[in-house]
Design a protein around this ligand. Structure first.
Ligand SMILES: Nc1ncnc2c1ncn2[C@@H]1O[C@H](COP(=O)(O)OP(=O)(O)OP(=O)(O)O)[C@@H](O)[C@H]1O
Ligand SMILES: [Mg+2]
Length: 610
């Protein structure tokens, strides 16, 4: 299971601030809401007219036993039914329109937001939960706020119109009928709350199941190597079992609710019948009027049930709404200042004409950095790199090498001190200015779904096919790509799953060289590649390093022998630096590391030879 636990949103109280954000988005569709409200009000009135029509049928035709005015009655009934059909159609159409538009708006907004977030945000948020938020939670909230317009307008109108009509027809029977309203409302709210509590649990487990699937798929290899299948299955079965129980409970309570509500209404109708029956016999009211009250009792029940449902749904959606709003209102730890955006533009609207060309000088000035407070990774770190210099970072795992290059790339910002590029604090330039001059080949290179050609072209979108192939040739990827069945048009597979790590790295190199970055970073895969690929990668790296400032993190020290300067990093500090030769002569840490690796390699080779 994920090590990052979803924040537990237990709050049941409706918080207006959360809903304000959501309603603000909904307000973009005032027209559609107005249509829903208008139709709802009309439908409520039509409903009431229908009850009057029945009263008319009983008192006008059945009791006197005449068919006078029957054609008029038929026309009116058909007309009303047609009106009801039309309003329902318009309402459903408007709500469907609202739901699809609102969901897609929110998803777009969230996607946009996620693209602008810094790495630290993703450190704290698990992917499965994010996916669940942007799918389940968004659907749920948007469905609710799109469709509630019908219940609110139709229901309110039905209740108001019924009350007025009841009091107009007969005061005593009206009073008897409305006594059951508050009782029904309270019972409904209590039941709906319980139902939603279990529905909410169901959704929570559902979101955990999504997350488990995500981990099960992305971690399939690890699962197998750790022989965790059985344990994972057990965890998963517990989750699905919990979900099943919660949804059965919700269904059970729903099943009890309807008969209970019917009993309350039946009791009220019983009283209406006793009183009304006497009145009919005394000819105070007509049979039609009595029937009208019985109908109204039933008619008012529906809106009350819906209102209780909406109230409970709001309450129980509070958590989902908070989660969605949190994504929508999240702010990146790394943001360009307004002045910087004014001059250089932002990620989506860059003002390239104002960008100064990058030379490639990099300087760390008294930089301290930590991912978690009180656990410093770098303390007062200083480093000066001249444009075009090739720097290699080596050292024990967890020493801070990746952290250093992540800071150069401004994926994170120093907690103290500053990083200067070409003598200017990076914060004074836009993120895109720096990142569009950066080439970064990751420890685990990522390929997007799409063809190999498209993947290389990500480096520079306006590159021609020839340029793409040239880039691949320069890094020695051309041959293996050509030998594939569809050549450059081979699908890379989501995340590059159809290729070996070495191949993915070569493609990333081609992508990087196409972008022609001024600063190049290579965070080398530890030992995922064979010697042949390693030699190819080494050759490719050499092409890439020329005339560029570069930071190479190498685990195989043979890769970095030609670096201008090698820095041995330990616990966030440079404990040794110099060229390969100087360091070897010094017989210090680097020498130790190198000799150890050399001996291990020799040992492996001699074992292989046996
Ligand atoms: N995203 C993160 N959140 C919290 N701590 C982190 C994060 N990334 C790295 N660390 C911690 O920071 C320290 C330095 O990590 P870093 O990844 O920079 O090491 P490294 O030298 O690149 O190691 P390796 O050789 O294994 O790649 C480690 O103690 C690590 O646990
Ligand atoms: Mg690393």
């Amino acid at each position: 299971m994920s090590s990052i636990v979803e924040k537990d949103y237990q709050s049941q109280k409706i918080k207006l601030d959360t809903w304000k954000v959501i309603f603000k988005i909904a307000l973009n569709y005032k027209g559609a809401y107005a249509r829903v409200l208008g139709c709802g009000i009309l439908a409520g009135i039509v409903d009431l007219c229908m009850s009057f029509m029945t009263m008319w049928a009983i008192d006008g035709f059945m009791s006197p036993g005449t068919t006078k005015n029957l054609p008029l009655y038929i026309v009116a009934i058909v007309g009303l039914q047609a009106l009801l059909c039309l309003t329902t159609l318009l309402m459903v159409r408007a709500c469907g329109y609202l739901e699809s538009n609102l969901s897609s708006d929110v998803r777009r907004e969230a996607f946009y937001k996620l693209q602008t977030m810094s790495f630290s945000y993703f450190d704290k948020t698990a992917v499965g939960f994010l996916i669940s938020r942007l799918t389940n939670d968004v659907s749920r909230i948007m469905e609710m706020i799109s469709w509630m317009g019908i219940d609110l307008s139709w229901g309110t109108m039905a209740i108001i119109a019924s009350l007025i009509a009841m009091f107009a027809v007969n005061l005593k029977l009206a009073l008897i009928t409305i006594v059951c309203v508050p009782i029904l409302a309270i019972v409904s709210v209590l039941f709906q709350k319980k139902i939603l509590k279990y529905q909410r649990q169901t959704r929570k487990y559902n979101s955990m199941i999504t997350s488990s699937f995500n981990e099960g798929i992305t971690g399939a290899q690890t699962t197998k190597t750790l022989v965790r299948e059985e344990l994972n299955n057990q965890d998963f079965f517990t989750l699905t079992g919990n979900m099943k129980r919660a949804s059965l409970r919700a269904a059970l309570i729903s099943a009890v609710y309807l008969p209970v509500a019917s009993i309350i209404i039946s009791i009220a109708i019983g009283f209406v019948l006793i009183q009304g029956g006497h009145d009919v016999m005394k000819s105070v009211i007509t049979v039609g009027q009595l029937n009208f009250f019985i109908n109204i009792g039933n008619m008012m029940f529906e809106p009350i049930r819906h209102f209780a449902g909406i109230f409970a749904e709001f309450q129980s959606s509070q958590a989902a709404a908070e989660r969605v709003v949190e994504v929508l209102t999240a702010t990146s730890d790394i943001v360009d200042t307004p002045e910087v955006i004014e001059k250089y533009g932002d990620s989506f609207n860059p003002k390239r004409e104002n960008w100064e060309p990058i030379k490639g000088d990099v300087e760390f000035r008294n930089v301290s950095f930590w991912y978690k407070e009180n656990e410093p990774v770098l303390k007062n770190f200083n480093l000066k790199v001249k444009a075009g210099e090739n720097i290699a970072l080596v050292g024990a795992t967890g020493g801070g090498k990746t952290t250093i290059v992540n800071l150069v790339c401004r994926f994170y910002e120093p907690c103290e001190g500053e990083i200067l590029i070409d003598g200017v604090n990076v914060k004074e330039r836009s993120q895109l200015w720096l990142q569009s001059s950066l080439g970064y080949v990751l420890q685990t290179p990522h390929l997007f779904s799409g063809t190999i050609r498209e993947n290389i072209r990500y480096g520079r979108l306006d590159a021609t096919d020839e340029e793409v192939e040239n880039a691949a040739m320069m890094v020695g990827a051309h041959d293996f790509i050509r030998s594939m069945e569809k050549g450059y048009d081979t699908e890379a597979g989501e995340g590059g799953s159809n290729m070996s790590t070495g191949q993915k790295q070569l493609i990333s190199f081609a992508r990087a060289i196409l972008a022609d970055p001024k600063i190049f970073v290579l965070d080398e895969a530890t030992s995922a590649i064979d010697t042949e690929s390693e030699m190819k990668i080494q050759a490719a790296a050499e092409v890439l390093l020329k005339n560029r400032t570069s930071f190479i993190i190498a685990h195989r020290l043979s890769t970095i022998r030609n670096a201008d300067r090698i820095l041995v990093i330990d616990e966030g500090e440079v404990i040794e630096e110099g060229s390969h030769r100087q360091l070897m002569r010094k017989k210090g840490h680097y020498y130790e590391l190198y000799m150890n690796q050399f001996r291990n390699e020799q040992f492996t080779k001699s074992l292989e030879a046996l």
